[in-house]
Design a binder for this molecule. Sequence first.
Ligand SMILES: [Zn+2]
Length: 249
Amino acid sequence: MKKVSAIILRIVMLMMFGFPVFAVSPFSLPITTIIIDPGHGGNDPGALSANALQLEEKSVVLDLSQRIKYELSVLIPQATVLMTREDDRFISLEDRARIARTADPGVDGSSILVSIHANGSQYEEASGFEILMKHEQKQVVFFPDDIQDWQLVRYSGMSTSTLNKALNLENRQLARALQERIASQFPDSRNRGIKEQDVWVLNASAIPSVLIEIGFITNSAESEQMTDSVWLDLMARSIAEGIILYSNR
Ligand SMILES: [Zn+2]
């Protein structure tokens, strides 16, 4: 039923406005909704530290995400900040993407997803932060069966390929803004760059989205930092500042 009404609305919009209905990117509106996605949780601990700290990625990223939420409430109080989980519980990748995809940013706003992770490696010396975005050639589905009315209005009249191009541009701008802020606040941390990767949540969220690997939990020095609240506060502020930098694009 949803699909049929989606098709009918698209036809009506085409008859009324011609093609394309919206020439501007549907992602160019001010950021009104920010979804912070702490990775893992519940029976999925994520990566584990190799040292006596016995740190679990799921706990580090939840702690950091709560600090990011706080920083955003100070820096951009008018925005809604959602978290895919607020405590230690398992959330499926499908549910994470659904939360991002269906959160209504309002007619005058747009939304982004920032997924927070800590890296792991079998090599103790592996270190540094990196930012992942979806492969640019990966085509996102913008008209799923459970499409929301606001998405329908926003995406109507635009081809999937045009929408994907617009999304890729936003992903890269968001990744660059985050990289710039983290690199400048942590000049001693190795900047591993922006990488295109096949990450399920990034492919399925259908909004500008990136995944930040804040450092290696398997590296002794970096896992120590992940227990330091001064370090965590600075990382949270850098990420919040990156989001603000992107939203001022
Ligand atoms: Zn992870």
